[in-house]
Ligand binder design. Structure first.
Ligand SMILES: Cc1ncc(COP(=O)(O)O)c(C=O)c1O
Length: 387
């Protein structure tokens, strides 16, 4: 019988052979890979509010929210976020991963059906796998497939449609309006992960649900706080009845120590900035359009889209790593994204644009990318074609 060490060593070799071995690297160089789109992670107002709260309230919360870990500041923050989102209530989780697990393991029950976009984030996939409902995966952004699936499935139970509003690795938007119409007509429940849209889209900056005026059509949204909001955790937003139930039954909420109270102070500060500085989010999207234009002008094909997430599709795992390494060696922090994060054969650079990306940096980056592509004999393609 093989030992566990031998089995793991074989698995590690297979990863290495497939160009799939990951390394942990600290940030260095110009940030083109973080999700700190609004530049709030190091904003002096946010960090000051956070350190004042540490001094006042201590480092840790000391218990679960349902025990001694609760603080009034969490409740106040959740009420504030719900107002921003246009929902009755919201509930804060210590990560987006846990928030998705909580939503998907709490509401769907045996006999229910979950329709899930094939490009959904791993946290949605894992939540669906852990849920007791039947799952059906539909092709990316395929409204007709969702319509067909809803027509074909009339279970005694409930139906849920689960999507990201802005897909994290492709940077394209879900056809939310069409999904909302289908869900309204069929009585299905729309669950929207706004991880990469919250803080960026909408007049108030609450996300794409707001931008499309769909507040009334979404059952629950999941809004991460570690990306544009610059801190960590996630808000699940929706009706009071649903949030009350999550408090009672959401295992990742119940059986986990509450986040440090200083996080609530930091997030309150981030929301102040989102509210007071709409210019910041507009600038991110302007910067993104400018970079997309420059990349195309330099002959780099890009998939359609206008968001701050720009995929440069290289296909081959080794090529994506080689180009990312070459860019890192000249001071640009770009990371390679490989399966299983993206489908096999669609390895890519995921360039994320933040508010601090100047014209001069963009120009230098586009030149560096063109040079790296030639040096690595890598040719980007405009459309993801999974192998
Ligand atoms: C679409 C999406 N949902 C959920 C998550 C998980 O959020 P968190 O990083 O807060 O666990 C992420 C982040 O990786 C994401 O991109």
């Amino acid at each position: 019988m093989t030992t566990l060490t031998a089995r793991v060593a074989a698995r590690m070799r297979a990863l290495d052979d497939g160009g799939l071995l990951r390394t942990l690297r600290a940030p260095s160089g110009v940030d083109l890979s973080s999700n700190d789109y609004l530049g709030l992670a190091n904003h002096p107002y946010v960090t000051q509010r956070m350190s004042e709260a540490v001094a006042r309230e201590g480092a840790g919360s000391t218990g679960s929210r349902l025990l001694r870990g609760n603080r009034d500041s969490f409740g106040a923050l959740e009420r504030r976020f719900a107002r921003l989102k246009g929902t009755e209530r919201s509930l804060y989780f210590s990560s987006g991963y846990l928030a998705n697990l909580a939503v998907l393991t709490t509401f769907p029950e045996p006999g229910d059906v979950i329709l899930s976009d094939e490009r959904n984030h791993a946290s949605l996939i894992d939540g669906i796998r852990l849920s007791s409902a039947r799952r059906e995966i539909f092709p990316h952004n395929d409204v007709a497939a969702v319509r067909r699936a809803l027509d074909a499935t009339r279970p005694a139970g409930q139906r849920f449609v689960v999507v990201e509003s802005l897909f994290s690795m492709d940077g394209d938007e879900a056809p939310l309006k069409q999904y909302a119409e289908l869900c309204r007509a069929s009585g299905a429940h729309l669950i929207v992960d706004e991880a990469h849209a919250v803080g960026i889209y909408g007049v108030k900056g609450s996300g794409l649900i707001e931008a499309h005026g769909l507040e009334e059509d979404v059952f629950l949204s999941v809004n991460t706080a570690g990306k544009a909001l610059g801190v960590s955790g996630a808000f699940v937003a929706g009706g009071a009845w649903a949030i009350d139930y999550l408090v009672q039954r959401g295992r990742p909420f119940i059986f986990s120590t509450a986040p440090p109270p200083s996080i609530a102070a930091a997030l309150d500060a981030s929301l102040d900035i989102v509210e007071r500085e709409p210019r910041r989010r507009a600038a991110v999207l302007e910067r993104a359009l400018a970079l997309r234009g420059r990349l195309r002008a330099a002959g780099v094909p890009l998939p359609d889209g206008t968001s701050q997430i720009i995929p440069v599709l290289l296909g081959d795992n080794g090529a994506a790593v080689a180009v990312a390494d070459a860019l890192q060696s000249v001071g640009f922090d770009v990371r390679a994204i490989r399966p299983p994060t993206v489908p096999p054969g669609t390895a890519r650079l995921r360039i994320s644009v933040n508010v601090n990306l100047t014209d001069e940096l963009m120009e230098r980056f586009v030149t560096a990318l063109a040079t790296a592509l030639v040096a690595c004999s890598a040719s980007p393609v405009g459309v993801a074609q999974p192998s």
